[in-house]
Design a protein around this ligand. Structure first.
Ligand SMILES: [Zn+2]
Length: 258
């Protein structure tokens, strides 16, 4: 893929963590100024490769929460950035996620290397957000707390006050009715026994029809074709790997897989 001159959100993966056929639910905001990953799961290398990209192309990463399908790819980005590409990407996260990400997750694989003891900031240009927004490469990101695994800090993000990317969450009707996004990429599960993701039925019962109509569902399981007709009837549809959305006021979607 050539670096796009337009300003786009590109869906790199839209699969549930148990999926055998879909990449982790990760995305990329790409424009001529740089590439920002939204989450970096363990499928990040093949997911980038499917779009003609490499880890080397990543300039920054924003983390929504600390689960394997959202952060385990950071080990590759850290080590390959340091030893293979000699490039230090920016790593942006809310300060409340730091202990969980470093001390409880990555320290075991990154703290010791050939040069001795290391911190997260030795691998990345670390940005710990003290408030709930940041600007990067010309885009505005506003963080909003969502409801995922009980007790875990998880953020969704509003991009340019227009597109809401939920990260992992159950239904959040109050927040979305308050934010009124123009377009939504929203977590879903196609089962009714998962208490930490949003079931299709919960979304249909808790969200007004017009909200569903501007919502693409992501983070879904492999049997999604069984739900395709119903989802396309009530929602904008399933998000697809390779889907691009222009980040401009009059955003347009191109659902062709790339
Ligand atoms: Zn999660």
């Amino acid at each position: 893929m050539m670096l796009s001159s337009s300003n786009e959100l590109l869906i790199l993966g839209c699969g549930h963590s148990e999926s055998d056929t879909l990449f982790n639910n990760n995305a990329l905001v790409t424009n001529a100024k740089g590439n920002l990953l939204i989450d970096c799961g363990y499928t990040i290398k093949p997911a980038l490769q499917a779009q003609g990209l490499k880890l080397q192309d990543i300039d920054a990463v924003f983390i929504t929460h600390v689960h394997a399908d959202h952060v385990f790819g950071l080990e590759r980005l850290a080590n390959e950035g340091r030893y293979k590409y000699h490039k230090k990407a920016r790593l942006i996260l809310h300060h409340e996620l730091y202990d969980e990400l470093w001390h409880q997750c990555l320290k075991g694989v990154l703290a010791k290397n050939g040069e001795g003891e290391n911190q997260l900031a030795d691998y990345f240009e670390l940005v710990l957000l003290q408030n709930d927004e940041f600007e990067l490469f010309g885009n505005l990101y506003q963080l909003h707390r969502v409801s995922h695994t009980p007790g875990k800090v998880c953020f969704g993000v509003m991009i340019n006050q227009s597109i809401f990317y939920s990260g992992d969450t159950v239904a959040i009707p109050q927040l979305l009715m308050q934010l009124k996004p123009e377009l939504i990429f929203h977590d879903v599960t196609l089962t009714d026994y998962n208490p930490v993701h949003a079931s299709v039925h919960s979304l249909l019962s808790l969200y007004p029809a017009e909200l569903c109509k501007k919502t693409y569902l992501m983070s879904y399981e492999d049997h999604w074709p069984d739900y395709q007709q119903m989802v396309e009837q009530h929602f904008a549809g399933f998000a697809r790997q390779g889907q691009r959305v222009l980040l401009s006021k009059e955003h347009q979607t191109d659902t062709a897989a790339g």
